[in-house]
Design a protein around this ligand. Structure first.
Ligand code: SF4
Length: 462
């Protein structure tokens, strides 16, 4: 889980099966694990089947009490039946689902999913049928792993496969992981990515799989490539670092004249390193390490909230003034979401003496919210929602902002256009309820009404 701590910082937790289910969860990042630490954990968490989670919240409140309540794995019991799940994604029809399964609205969507799985598996005696039910009634993204009360390990993905989830095995160990790096680091060979709508089960060491739903398209979150995933993870046939390098090549080629205006290319933040290298290769500009990252500030700025996000950036990244002073900079960044960290960074570059700052952004312009597990929920918070690139540049104090096109982005990933979700860029979402909510959000804005935060936490479908 250490290998995947970049996917969530709010809490971490583990569950194992040893004739019964055992749990451990705590707030924050996974602490450094010492030999003693491992031994003391193993005393609590016994068994040869386990699941774990690092949580990045896009549902429920962020006060300490809520974070503790919503730390995963989530456990549910009903008579003799029990189930525990780890969930990556976001339920768009969360209010309807909570009401349907009788879960308090102060709980996160994972509680409602766990309850649904518990109810259906109790009714039918089948965990597959419970997964099928999720695929029928849940609008949103979900990659789920879980254990039932007989120690069966199961995993499944939503019908369009928004979030990653892969399977691997080696020497009798079978494992599922959001990213292939979680398998690599444990010496487990990656077999493949689960298909959208696919269900897999490991029972008494035997693996079975079943296609429970098929809607004819895939909508893998495109943002995984630009920002969220680790560069050494593999999605489809493409390593994330390779896609990022291609992003940089594309940007240099598409904005070649602008690239040639610059003296040097730098990357900010670290997620843009591979793209900066690609940009350097294609443009011929020298690539300079003009920043140094503080090794012991481990939080990621994007998945940290509001004011804390600024603090993380300032604490984490220091500028080497001599490398910036008097230069016209091509700055490669992975994305501009709210613009606050970008504005701050441009201000610091100018203060360090940069003559010009041209931003080359690997992810296309984000113009709308995400409903599937990236915490950008309103138009108002997105700097690119209603602004053209020139206006974004003015807002953040840069000389220019140059976004990747969707076409270039798709080509760089090795996937096809209809295999990726670009909802936050195009406004076309892969599930019906998200499209309905976007329509409502726009209607409200037209009427001059204020946005309400995460609309899916207020919205009732029926
Ligand atoms: S809307 Fe954007 S961030 Fe959300 S899943 Fe789709 S591509 Fe990813």
């Amino acid at each position: 889980m250490l290998a995947q701590n970049h996917r969530g910082h709010q809490s971490h937790g583990f569950a194992t099966y040893n004739g019964g289910l055992e749990f451990y969860s705590e707030l924050g990042l996974i602490p450094p694990v010492t030999e003693f630490g491992i031994r003391s954990r193993v005393r609590v968490l016994k068994g040869s089947v386990g699941i774990a989670n690092v949580r990045y919240a896009t549902s429920g409140s962020s006060d300490v009490k809520s974070l503790r309540r919503n730390a995963m794995p989530i456990h549910g019991e009903c008579g003799n039946n029990a189930v525990t799940i780890s969930f990556n994604g976001n339920v768009v029809n969360v209010r309807d689902l909570q009401q349907q399964v009788g879960v308090d609205r102060n709980c996160s969507d994972a509680h409602a999913l766990c309850r649904l799985i518990l109810i259906k598996s109790t009714e039918t005696g089948s965990i597959e049928e419970a997964a099928r039910k999720c695929m029928e009634v849940v609008d949103g993204s979900f990659s789920i792993t879980g254990i039932d009360n007989e120690g069966t390990l199961f995993a499944f993905k939503d019908p369009v496969g928004v979030k990653p989830l892969c399977y691997g095995c080696s020497d009798g160990i079978k494992a599922f992981s959001s990213e292939s790096v979680g398998l690599d680091i444990n010496g487990i060979d990656l077999e493949r990515e689960l298909r959208p709508g696919e269900f897999m089960k490991v029972e008494d060491g035997c693996v079975t799989r079943e296609q429970l739903a098929s809607c004819g398209r895939r909508a893998f979150c495109a943002f995984e490539f630009a920002y969220f995933a680790r560069p050494d993870s593999l999605f489809g046939d493409t390593y994330v670092y390779r896609a990022r390098q291609n992003f940089g090549v594309n940007l240099a080629q598409r904005y070649y004249d602008k690239a040639l205006r610059c003296d040097v290319v730098i990357s900010l933040p670290e997620t843009a390193n591979d793209a900066a290298y690609g940009f350097h290769e294609a443009s011929g500009l020298p690539w300079d390490m003009a920043t140094r990252r503080h090794r012991y500030v481990t939080h990621r700025a994007f998945i940290t909230g509001g004011r804390e996000r600024q603090n993380v950036v300032v604490r984490k990244v220091n500028l080497l003034k001599p490398r910036v002073n008097g230069k016209r900079l091509a700055v490669v960044d992975d994305s501009i979401v709210r613009g606050d960290t970008t504005r701050n960074m441009v201000r610091r570059l100018r203060a360090a003496g940069a003559e010009e700052v041209h931003l080359f952004i690997t992810f296309p312009r984000i113009t709308g919210p995400c409903f599937y597990g990236i915490d950008m929920a309103t138009y108002g918070e997105l700097i690119g929602a209603w602004r053209e690139p020139e206006e974004v540049a003015e807002e953040v104090g840069a000389n220019s902002v140059n976004y990747q096109t969707i076409e270039d982005y798709v080509n760089a990933t090795g996937m096809r256009r209809n295999q990726l979700c670009f909802g936050c860029v195009t406004g076309e979402y892969p599930t019906p309820m998200a499209n309905q909510m976007v329509k409502e959000m726009k209607q409200r804005l037209t009427l001059g009404e204020e946005e309400m935060g995460r609309i899916y936490e207020f919205h009732r479908g029926q």
